[in-house]
Design a protein around this ligand. Structure first.
Ligand SMILES: Cc1cc2nc3c(=O)[nH]c(=O)nc-3n(C[C@H](O)[C@H](O)[C@H](O)COP(=O)(O)O)c2cc1C
Length: 305
């Protein structure tokens, strides 16, 4: 059982620890549960699901890039009907909250998937607004109005907390965050991957078949942390999941101080599927070093100059 001081509150959601396994890095959770220890996590988010099957992009779709990695998976998923049949029975018995993640091309798509996820039993829906939108090739989360429409469509369709997952590439992250809260988001996940690119010098081809992809891992931390800090300052009291480049307990504390109430682990789990236990231990040590008894004392407690 997690120590009492680790209990986290994310809006209306209570989590036994502030650690969350990030969408797309733990499959649909049950596969990863075979190799990981679920106890250090407050929640785990399943891979994003669309209304119908998406086959994803051709290989290569993952590549190392400096201290992080590039991915251009293209949200390969079986579609909500098949997902519900295959995944729902498998995630039901797991000893962790499994959240669903919805993706689509229109607000109605997102709402349809969210309804399917909730029927399948997920207690929380994260809305992936930070994937390429196939209608015109841009992400919903770069535009405040379009983000609000999607979140409003989802929030009015389901009776569970809805989170908006945003992009560090948004020009006005506070404006997009405010629009999502207006639309009915109960929390924000800050952030998804940043747009990135790399070239293989031996072939002179892009590292990914799709060219531009999502950059994640340690190099992303400063970018996502900036989003958390600015949104928390501009919109005090907002429930935020910090996400991007976390590899240690100290990274988790940094996100909490910037204003996150919970913190997601992504790329670190690909190389180290059991990283949650280590990071939880480091977090407990860091709480002692910071002389605090609970993580809630750290949320937004960055000291101004
Ligand atoms: C291979 C891979 C697949 C991902 N798939 C999804 C996805 O389906 N839905 C989503 O919301 N985020 C997805 N993400 C983004 C992660 O959830 C996370 O937001 C991002 O990687 C930044 O965190 P990190 O630096 O800790 O990895 C994916 C990331 C990676 C590396």
């Amino acid at each position: 059982m997690a120590p009492d001081g680790l209990t986290a509150r994310l809006g209306s959601i209570e989590l036994r620890t502030p650690l969350i396994a990030a969408s797309g890095t733990v499959g649909s959770v049950w596969e990863w549960a075979d190799v990981a220890d679920l106890a250090p996590y407050g929640a785990a988010v399943a891979k994003s699901v669309a209304p119908v099957e998406w086959k994803g992009r051709p290989a290569p779709r993952l590549a190392p890039a400096g201290p992080g990695m590039l991915n251009g998976v293209g949200i390969q998923n079986p579609g909500i009907e098949a997902w519900s049949e295959m995944m729902a029975p498998r995630i039901r018995g797991l000893d962790v909250q499994v959240w669903g993640s919805a993706v689509g091309e229109t607000p109605d798509d997102f709402a349809l998937v969210a309804k399917g996820l909730v029927s399948a039993g997920v207690p929380v829906v994260e809305v992936n607004l930070s994937c390429p939108n196939l209608e015109d090739g841009t992400m919903f989360s770069l535009d405040a109005d379009r983000s609000r429409h999607v979140i409003a469509a989802v929030a009015s369709s389901v009776g569970v907390p809805v989170g908006a997952k945003l992009s560090p590439n948004a020009e006005d992250i506070v404006g997009v965050a405010r629009a999502c809260l207006d639309g009915g988001a109960g929390f924000l996940t800050l952030t998804n991957t940043a747009l990135g690119f790399g070239i293989d010098l031996s072939t002179r081809r892009p590292l990914l078949s799709g060219g531009v992809g999502g950059y994640s891992g340690p190099g992303l931390k400063a970018l996502s942390l900036r989003c958390v800090y600015e949104v928390a300052r501009a919109l005090p009291g907002t429930a935020i999941v910090g996400c991007g480049g976390v590899t240690t307990g100290a990274d988790v504390v940094e996100y909490l101080l910037a204003g996150a109430s919970a913190v997601a682990l992504g790329t670190v789990l690909l190389a180290e599927p059991r990283a949650g236990r280590r990071i939880e231990r480091e977090l407990i040590k860091e709480l002692r070093r910071q002389r605090v008894g609970s993580i809630s004392e750290l949320v937004g407690a960055v000291t101004p100059w």
